[in-house]
Ligand binder design. Structure first.
Ligand code: ADP
Ligand code: MG
Length: 604
């Protein structure tokens, strides 16, 4: 047996750093986060982030912070090199974003880094080049106070990691998310982000509300209610959305603890509970909640990317959050108007002026009223001309049923036999009742009309007749930077269905043409609707988009009532002129039949 069979050896520091980098540097956005946090810790008031190719080739962060000495500028890249803590007890009194001394070492291990930094008291900048964690050179040059760090060719030495990066759009979106998380909690900092030469954000010194507007759009910030609670456990401040500005998809939901963005599903539940029944079940509130808390009452150490934080008093903070939300909603006079669709607005017996005095929000509305069930309000049966309508279809004494015995034959795929006479009438404003081969058929007019519109629109699109119409007065499509990322992916598909766009600023477009089948005024809301629903994993974006557009257009252009028996006949004829007629494009049944056998069973 051989003596020299030891198999254990210590890994080289380069390999150790690469492994550790896996935890800290998962993707380009992690680099952006770590570098921006370092700039904040260095007391910067202005931070510019420049990214190329979604961070694959370049991530550059330039700050006006305190800078580093020449020695520190090299030492900063050593593992566990930090200026922020000295012993373990410091961990419980953290006031900085970073503390592990891992970020720069990890980033440098998997990229080519160029650092240029100068302190106020130094004359020259120290410029350091590091490749794959190895120091290549250090020089001295002139330059401004602060630090500029360029991270190039991320994962150039770990092809596997590079391969696991997502599409550029996704990586860029992650970068934007990280940037926003920082921007929202440091409104006093001047921050900018640009990508491939395009400025995505250019944020000036703001207050919190202005910053939310600059980051999430003026619409979101307009509908916010302030929250402010001071307890011995924490100071909680921020904003929640009014219930009517809750959104179905991609809500802005942010928790921050001592300047750090965190995710906290348990606290999210508390917020939702605070809204109680004010929110429709499929909507989500938007919120920006800032906790100021004694650092020794939280543990930020549990997650390498530090988006999870453990609170010592989680259980006690939960009810505090719930009642903070309730209070904000109650003290806003907007409750009576904010719950309901403006279209079908109902009268609520509440004295708006006295509302602020009411303590609990529940008293302000009728909890059993569900404004979201059945937005369609059935009309009273029309009495106008009703007799005539009935007369016209009532069999005259000498009337003989046509040979074909009704005009709808289910066994023939419910196609209409156009030769046969229409014998139907409109009931309750919203239904057509008519004879089918097997009994009596009830047709929902609105749903039937949606189906008909959908069928003809999709024919038009297939045949290319669904082309665009130019707008006399172009509309302006204003997007947030995040929406713009999505829009760029969808633009071709929108154009394929008849839209035309012209660039009109970095995230603004002039809509000069719309699909011929819609009114100009609705074009912007349609685009936004579709973008919110957009699933980036969808295989064929254009097919999905076309389908969604068709559905939305057919719902918008459908009629809700028919005005006479002729129109009813026309509707029934077009409905049954194709085989696809049983369901709306959304999948709701269009008609149902009471069988003759059934009628017989009941009344002989
Ligand atoms: P940590 O932030 O956990 O201390 P890092 O690896 O991110 O670890 O940074 C190491 C050290 O380098 C920091 O503690 C800080 O002293 C210094 N440093 C990093 N970035 C900057 C910067 N932008 N300005 C000044 N000093 C910095
Ligand atoms: Mg750091």
């Amino acid at each position: 047996m051989q003596v020299n069979s030891d198999i254990i050896h210590t890994l080289s520091s380069a390999v150790i750093n690469q492994i550790a980098a896996g935890e800290v540097v998962q993707r380009p956005s992690s680099v952006v986060k770590e570098l921006m946090e370092n700039s904040i810790d260095a007391g910067a008031t202005k931070i510019d982030v420049v990214v190329a190719d979604a961070g694959r080739t370049l991530i550059q962060v330039i700050d006006n912070g305190k800078g580093m000495s020449a020695t520190d500028s090299v030492k900063a890249f050593e593992r566990h090199a930090t200026s922020k803590i000295s012993d373990a007890s410091d961990l419980y009194a953290l006031t900085t974003m970073g503390f592990r001394g891992e970020a720069l070492a990890s980033i440098a291990a998997v990229s080519r880094v160029e650092l240029k930094t100068r302190r106020e008291e130094d004359e020259l900048c120290s410029k350091v080049d590091i490749e794959g964690g190895e120091l290549v050179s250090q020089e001295f040059t002139s330059g401004k106070q602060g630090t500029q760090i360029s991270v190039k060719d991320l994962f150039y030495n770990i092809p596997v990691r590079r391969k696991f990066l997502k599409k550029n759009e996704t990586e860029l979106r992650n970068i934007i998310n990280v940037f926003q998380q920082i921007a929202l909690v440091y409104p006093s900092l001047e921050l900018s982000l640009s990508h491939n030469g395009t400025v995505l954000f250019d944020l000036h010194k703001d207050n919190f509300r202005q910053r939310i507007a600059a980051v999430c759009g003026a619409k979101t910030s307009k509908d916010l209610l302030p929250i402010n609670v001071d307890t011995t456990l924490a100071h909680i401040s921020g904003f929640i959305s009014t219930p009517d500005s809750a959104v179905k998809k991609q809500p802005s939901q942010y928790f921050f603890v001592n300047g750090r963005y965190i995710q906290h599903p348990y606290f999210s539940k508390a917020i939702a509970l605070g809204y109680d029944r004010l929110l429709p079940s499929d909507s989500k509130p938007q919120f920006f909640i800032y906790f100021d808390i004694d650092p020794d009452k939280i543990d930020v150490n549990i997650h390498p990317t530090k988006t999870e934080v453990k609170f010592e008093d989680e259980q006690s903070l939960f009810p505090i959050l719930v009642s903070a939300v309730k209070e904000a909603l109650a003290s806003s006079c907007s409750i009576p108007t904010l719950m309901f669709d403006q279209e079908d607005k109902i009268e609520i017996p509440v004295a708006v002026t006295d509302f602020a005095k009411i303590v609990t929000p529940k008293t302000g509305f009728n909890p059993s009223y569900n404004p979201f069930s059945g937005t369609y309000k059935p009309k009273e049966a029309k009495t106008d001309g009703w007799q005539n309508l009935y007369e016209s279809v009532k069999p005259k004494p000498d009337f003989k049923e046509p040979e074909c015995e009704g005009f709808i034959k289910p066994d023939e795929g419910l196609k209409l036999d156009v030769e046969c006479k229409f014998s139907g009438f409109v009931y309750g404003g919203r239904y057509i009742v008519c004879k089918s081969q097997s009994g009596v058929m009830f047709i929902n007019i609105y749903r039937a009309s949606q189906r008909i519109q959908y069928n003809s629109l999709s024919n038009m699109m297939v045949s290319g007749q669904g082309a665009g119409q130019m707008l006399m007065f172009p509309e302006i499509l204003e997007l947030t930077p995040v929406e713009n990322v999505v829009f760029k992916q969808l633009r071709d598909s929108f154009e394929a269905v008849g839209y035309s766009f012209e660039e009109f600023g970095a995230t603004t477009y002039k809509v000069s043409g719309v699909p011929a089948v819609i009114e100009g005024g609705e074009s912007i809301s349609l685009i936004k609707d579709i973008m919110t629903d957009y699933d980036e994993n969808a295989k064929d974006i254009s097919a999905v988009l076309r389908e969604k557009l068709l559905i939305k257009l057919s719902v918008k252009s459908a009629v809700k009532e028919v005005t006479g028996v002729e129109m009813a006949e026309k509707l029934v004829k077009s409905l049954f002129s194709t085989d696809t007629n049983a369901y709306t494009p959304d999948g709701l049944p269009v008609y149902f039949t009471v069988d003759a056998d059934d009628i017989k069973k009941h009344i002989g």
